[in-house]
Design a protein around this ligand. Structure first.
Ligand code: SAH
Length: 218
């Protein structure tokens, strides 16, 4: 569990609990997920100028034209993933590290890959601040994902590939689940379950994400 941080007073906790109530009203039911979101302070994942908006249910900019996803989306994707109780999870698109931290509360090990080095460094620092020791973060390599640490029984993609991210499929363990927003201008939150060499695909709901890109930014 995350140690209470200096400077996070009761006001922030109360505001956070209001957000949790709102997520519940929006249909998030998994109490484990709601608890994880209640425990992770979202304001430390934002620049100071925006931190006062941290507990609104909206996506917020984190620089480099990237965004910290809306809490509802973080909760929803985590909930879909957690239906399958994964223990080793790969996240694609560390961004601020908020989703990484939420996952770290729920599973044994989180591996997260980011293509923008300055964002990655900030996220690493936040993992240290929160004393989250079950996360490993790295800069994107030649192959999408983190094949050296595969297989994963959960994969969460937090940037949108234009089509099914084929490179990630072999990194999924038997019975493992991948949750990803797929599409170009409009995207659909998609769940993929591996069954041997077959993949069971379920389309869930329309979403909006920044695009999944190749190459790294140093
Ligand atoms: N999960 C993040 C959301 C960040 S937005 C959070 O909680 O803050 C999506 C992130 O995916 C961006 O930071 C973007 O740089 C990153 N990204 C895009 N394409 C990627 C790729 N091929 N590999 C790794 N990260 C990628």
């Amino acid at each position: 569990m995350v140690a209470e941080l200096q400077g996070i007073g009761m006001t922030s906790r109360r505001t956070r609990m209001r957000l949790i109530q709102r997520l519940r009203e929006s249909g998030i039911q998994d109490e484990r997920v709601l608890t994880a979101l209640a425990e992770i302070p979202r304001h430390i994942f934002l620049d100071e100028a925006l931190s006062h908006r941290a507990y609104e249910d909206t996506a917020l900019p984190i620089g480099y034209q990237q965004t910290l996803s809306q809490p509802y989306i973080v909760a929803r994707m985590t909930e879909v993933l957690m239906e399958h109780n994964p223990s080793r999870v790969l996240e694609l698109g560390t961004g601020s590290g908020y989703q990484t931290a939420v996952l770290a509360q729920l599973v044994d090990e989180v591996f997260s890959v980011e293509r923008i080095n300055p964002l990655l460094n900030k996220a690493r620092e936040r993992m240290r601040t929160l004393h989250l020791r079950n996360t490993s973060l790295r800069l994107a390599g030649d192959v999408m994902g983190w094949p050296e640490n595969a297989p994963f029984d959960g994969i969460l993609v937090t940037a949108a590939p234009a089509s099914m991210p084929e490179d990630l499929l072999p990194q999924l363990a038997e019975g493992g689940v991948m949750v990803a927003p797929i599409g170009e201008t409009t995207q659909v939150l998609t769940k993929v379950i591996r069954r041997g060499d077959d993949y069971e695909i379920t389309e869930l709901e329309p979403v909006r994400f920044v695009p999944l890109l190749s190459g790294v930014v140093r």
